[in-house]
Design a protein around this ligand. Structure first.
Ligand code: NAD
Length: 468
């Protein structure tokens, strides 16, 4: 099938490469010419595991790039829309890019087209898109709108797309349902994973994938409700972690106990410095606004957001507790991306943390395996960009772990200790075993777990006294 994907960002590009991998002929369109030029040159503009392989496999054959939506649409029967839907100043969802695409599409509809919203949008957007297209001259019977929300996570986007927990299609006709079922068939009948050179399935992959067919409005709500629920899980466990700190309990043990309940599950129960990224913060605000507009005051979401905003300040208090005064201290910050495995720094709690530290007068030496180019321009004058974790740690008063990159969980601790001025590690992602860190001579602070100190240190002795 010939499909168009509008938008070549984190979702659009991954969807394009994966749909090509599933056997479709894909044209990926973006209004950003520079992005399209880079993609046509064979560059991979975002950091995402397996994406370079898929682009190399399909570019020029099953996958093409263009900045002309009209050309792409002419020959496609299905058009996925994956443009950005950021927050407005007031927290609503900014749908101007979705509307711009709808207007442009209405001029290019030459025969039946299925327009599929992959962007995260408020409930009833499908109806608005339909209305805009008709107002702009698209014949009413020449197109249909469907909703197919995307649940991929940055860092594991390709495997999330190819081995999703579920595929949700919100459709209003059998024809639309059948087109989308055809597109995703290699996933729903399990044939993709058996294909030679298939991208390997992750642990716990649910094969074959379940496809859930709903109405368009329900599909739109499923996406917002899912993200709100996941963000709530993070804020919940962060709040419990803060209580653990106050009473000297261990959040890891608490999580093991909570997560063993099948009704709760152990995934997404990792305390830290709060959620961030381009989705949760804006989707929560948008969902809150939608609820308000529909007459429901969803105060639970206010609290989820408040706990998250407080979490960075809570971590700053931890840094202060470890270092006493902050002005003039040199801190090595590992991690700029909002989480490990991605170069996305949008709404990154690590960046929020850096801003707080700079305001306190700290000198920050930062390192991130992929995200430095994305924030070099605006942090350039204020932060030292290091070549490696060890380079960042050189003569630093302490090291702060702020993104959960795999490589940050496997540092050469001896080398790190030699580089640091003081052996202080403040771990915002609980990447290390606390007792092991103490044995290796570090003063180790983490989230929701008792601090750990080397055996003979005065801090260790006073901790023992306190406990007895
Ligand atoms: P992005 O900002 O990375 O990419 C959006 C792309 O759309 C940009 O390349 C932009 O140039 C292009 N674009 C904007 N207007 C256009 C137009 N009129 N014509 C053609 N191209 C246009 O955004 P993203 O992170 O890929 O997110 C896209 C949507 O998917 C959002 O609604 C987001 O909430 C949702 N989503 C994102 C994720 C994620 O992890 N990033 C996961 C699930 C859902």
């Amino acid at each position: 099938m010939q499909v168009t994907v509008v938008g070549s960002g984190y979702v659009g590009l991954v969807a394009s490469a994966c749909l090509a991998e599933l056997g479709q002929q894909v044209i990926c369109v973006d209004s950003d010419r520079a992005k399209i030029d880079a993609l046509q040159r064979g560059e991979t503009p975002i950091h995402e595991r397996f994406l370079p392989e898929l682009l190399a496999r399909h570019c020029g054959t099953r996958l093409k790039f263009t900045s002309s939506l009209a050309d792409a649409v002419k020959s496609s029967s299905v058009i996925f829309v994956a443009v950005g839907t950021p927050s407005t100043e007031s927290g609503d969802c900014d749908l101007s890019a979705v509307e711009a695409v709808a207007r442009e599409l209405s001029r290019s509809v030459n025969e039946y087209k299925l327009v599929v919203q992959k962007s995260t949008v408020p409930v009833c957007t499908s109806e608005w898109v339909r209305r805009i297209m008709v107002l702009n001259g698209a014949p009413e019977t020449s197109f249909e709108i469907a909703s197919n929300p995307e649940f991929l996570r940055e860092g594991t986007a390709v495997t999330d797309f190819l081995y999703p927990d579920r595929i949700v299609v919100g459709v209003n006709s059998k024809r639309a349902a059948s087109l989308l079922r055809d597109i995703y068939r290699p996933l729903t009948n399990g044939s993709y994973v058996r294909q030679k050179n298939a991208i390997p399935e992750p642990d716990e992959a649910r094969i074959p994938t379940r496809l859930i067919e709903t109405g368009a409005r329900s599909a739109e709500l499923i996406k917002h409700a899912s993200n709100a629920f996941l963000a709530m899980k993070i804020s919940f466990i962060n709040a419990v972690a803060n209580i653990c700190e106050a009473v000297d309990a261990d959040i890891e043990q608490v999580c093991a106990g909570i997560g063993a309940d099948a009704r709760i599950g152990d995934r997404f129960l990792s305390p830290g410095i709060g959620y961030g990224g381009s989705c949760f913060p804006k989707d929560l605000k948008a969902f809150r606004a939608i609820a308000r507009e529909s007459g429901y005051d969803f105060r639970l979401l206010d609290e989820v957001i408040r706990i998250n905003e407080e979490q960075c300040r809570h971590f700053l208090r931890k840094v202060r507790n470890a270092l006493w005064t902050l002005k003039g201290k040199r801190l090595a910050v590992l991690g700029l991306a909002f989480k490990g495995g991605t170069d996305d720094v949008r709404e990154s709690p690590a960046i929020a943390m850096i801003e707080l530290l700079l305001r306190e007068g700290c000198e920050v030496a930062a390192y991130d395996p992929a995200a430095m180019p994305k924030c070099r321009e605006w942090l350039q004058e204020r932060v030292i960009f290091a070549e490696s974790a060890y380079d960042a740690a050189e003569s630093a008063d302490a090291i702060l772990l702020l993104s959960d990159w795999e490589e940050f969980a496997a540092l050469d601790l001896q080398r790190l200790r030699r580089a640091l001025k003081y052996p202080i590690v403040i771990d915002g992602r609980n990447l290390y075993d606390r007792e092991m860190m103490a044995q290796r001579g570090f003063m180790y602070y983490s989230v929701g777990r008792p601090d750990a100190f080397p055996r003979e240190s005065p801090e260790h002795v006073s901790q023992l006294k306190k406990a007895s």
